[in-house]
Design a protein around this ligand. Structure first.
Ligand code: NI
Length: 194
């Protein structure tokens, strides 16, 4: 019975951390700069190749999430990066969050998508050029479907299912691949150094 006490304490500690950000995640989100460190291959392959998981109810309503989304936006739009999309693993978090430049919407806003999944890949594949913030100096030609159906939560927590077409659909395929540890070079017809 005596041995049970520390075991129960350990179990209680485990429960307390379940459903919230880990200490490591809080450290990444709380870093001083609003332009975050961007993970690159091959040094950060442990994060970039890992499967990302959904945000739970506690993370979804946390102030840290809004801080993270603002920082991801600052990072992808920074002149040093100048991306059209970014996924949470690229800033060191294996969570299902992407930011995408919505070329298909008026004003072309950058928007955040939480717990996103691709429900279906639609239409023929066509190949086009891609690059990635995590593979600096590389470009490739990648076959992608012309449309996707996606499901996600907005930053306000509203569930949405929508069909996206054209170049924006390609960005979603690239960014959602990151959440499954897949890089465009895995799918590319050809890759070259810029
Ligand atoms: Ni990328």
């Amino acid at each position: 019975m005596k041995r049970l006490i520390p075991l129960l304490l350990l179990l209680a500690a485990g429960c307390a951390s379940r459903g919230g950000w880990t200490a490591a995640e809080r450290a990444v989100i709380g870093q001083k700069d609003s332009v975050m460190y961007v993970c690159t291959m091959p040094g950060d392959s442990a994060i970039l190749r890992a499967q990302s998981v959904d945000l739970g109810p506690r993370e979804l309503r946390s102030p840290e999430l809004q801080t993270l989304l603002a920082k991801m936006l600052c990072t992808v739009t920074d002149p040093s990066q100048d991306g059209v999309g970014i996924a949470a693993p690229q800033v060191g978090l294996n969570r299902r969050i992407v930011c995408v430049l919505r070329y298909d919407k008026p004003g072309e806003p950058f928007e955040a998508f939480l717990n996103i999944q691709i429900d279906s890949l639609i239409g023929e594949k066509t190949s086009g050029p891609e690059g990635c913030l995590s593979l600096p100096g590389l470009r490739g030609i990648v076959p992608r479907h012309r449309a996707v159906q996606i499901s996600y939560l907005t930053p306000e927590g509203e569930p949405v299912t929508e069909r996206v077409e054209g170049y924006t659909a390609i960005i979603f395929q690239h960014e959602c691949d990151h959440l499954d540890g897949i890089l465009y070079t895995d799918r590319a017809d050809s890759v070259w150094h810029q």
